[in-house]
Design a protein. Structure first.
Length: 139
């Protein structure tokens, strides 16, 4: 199977949905994004499109910090957001992977976008079709 190139319409639709979700983000949600870009990064991580750097807190933290800073420095994804977490006995920082046109085909991008849409529907409480209707003028 040949992967199709990314669809410009699907690309515009995705970013319009993220922007509309940012505008309608619930004040009561524990995560409060600073921008639509920040929300997109968080959603990509939440959807599983991420890289994770783990560290044992009893180990050399300097190496962990260097690895995190290197990942931020090497970011080729247009934003530099990392999301810290504790995973059992480990400390983790999750970074969204690139969704650039050169990185993902339409077949690779669609499942990520669909997972993000499902997350948004769950959090915002509005189905994607409603968000689509609200964004038609921006597509």
């Amino acid at each position: 199977m040949t992967n199709r190139p990314r669809s410009p319409k699907a690309h515009r639709h995705f970013f319009a949905i993220i922007d509309k979700a940012f505008q309608n983000w619930p004040d009561t949600h524990p995560f409060q994004p600073d921008s639509a870009e920040h929300l997109r990064a968080w959603l990509e991580v939440k959807a599983g499109h991420r890289d994770i750097i783990l560290a044992d807190p009893s180990g050399p933290m300097v190496e962990f910090i260097k690895a995190v800073l290197k990942r931020i420095e090497d970011a080729d994804i247009g934003f530099r957001y990392g999301f810290p977490a504790v995973k059992g006995d480990m400390i983790a920082v999750a970074f969204p992977r690139s969704i650039s046109w050169s990185t993902l085909s339409q077949e690779e991008f669609s499942p990520i976008a669909n997972e993000i849409y499902a997350i948004l529907e769950d959090i915002i409480g509005v189905d994607t079709a409603t968000l689509i209707e609200k964004t038609k003028e921006t597509i």
